[in-house]
Design a protein. Structure first.
Length: 40
């Protein structure tokens, strides 16, 4: 029982980390785009 709960929590952590990484990548892309626009 506790093992199931622990693996479920670990999976949720992994999914959250993946989501954070995707968001960070998106922010970097947007920031890079804004930087390019500003330099023009």
């Amino acid at each position: 029982m506790t093992g199931d709960v622990r693996s479920l929590a670990a999976q949720r952590d992994r999914e959250q980390r993946d989501k954070d990484n995707r968001n960070a990548a998106e922010v970097e892309r947007i920031r890079a785009g804004l930087g390019k626009n500003n330099s023009r």
